[in-house]
Design a protein around this ligand. Structure first.
Ligand code: OFO
Length: 185
């Protein structure tokens, strides 16, 4: 096959993905990688104050956030779109205590849920049903994330944040294992 034909096939064909949808998916990649940064900053803080289990929990979450970003990355490529990696903002790093951090996590995840809803809405408006279907995975993932974080907040509120309580909670959170997230899961 002549090389110019191969080049036309790759670059000259019509894009499968709608430009507006491509843009919002690229913005979402950035948000997922920002989330990973935020959880890593929290993990480092927990490690500094000696809460290894809390540090493990947030580090595992950071890895899952990278997976979320990569699933979007692969999806854009699969739809013959352009991946546009943007600057990642520095995360918050002035943390006060575990309760304040988990409140912050819940607030952050609610923002992410809102931004996923915007992806769903836009893909529907643009009649991109493939993306509308694809993003359902993220909608379910956000429900699970908010519920998990709320459970930790409830425990902190119910049992308090005295050292013996934190010691036990730290042991629990230390059990969280990383399981790679893939879209087909
Ligand atoms: Fe990617 O779910 Fe949290 O941010």
């Amino acid at each position: 096959m002549p090389s110019h034909f191969a080049i036309y096939t790759v670059y000259g064909g019509a894009k499968v993905i709608n430009k507006k949808v491509e843009d919002i998916l690229n913005a979402q990649i950035n948000k997922e990688f920002y989330s990973a940064y935020l959880y890593l900053a929290m993990s480092a803080y927990f490690d500094e104050i000696g809460l290894k289990g809390f540090s493990n929990w947030t580090k595992v979450q950071a890895k899952e956030e990278v997976d979320h970003g990569m699933i979007l990355f692969d999806y854009i490529i699969e739809r013959d779109g352009n991946v546009d990696l943007r600057q990642i903002e520095a995360p918050e790093k002035n943390f006060e205590n575990p309760s304040q951090i988990f409140d912050l996590i819940l607030e952050h995840e609610k923002h992410v849920t809102d931004s996923i809803k915007c992806v769903a809405e836009l893909s529907e408006d643009e009649c991109d049903m493939a993306t509308r279907h694809f993003i359902n995975w993220y909608i379910s993932e956000q429900v699970e994330e908010e519920a998990t974080v709320s459970d930790v907040i409830k425990m902190l509120n119910m049992f308090g944040t005295e050292n013996p309580i934190l010691y036990h909670l730290d042991k629990e959170l230390g059990k969280r294992l990383y399981k790679p997230h893939t879209y087909k899961n």
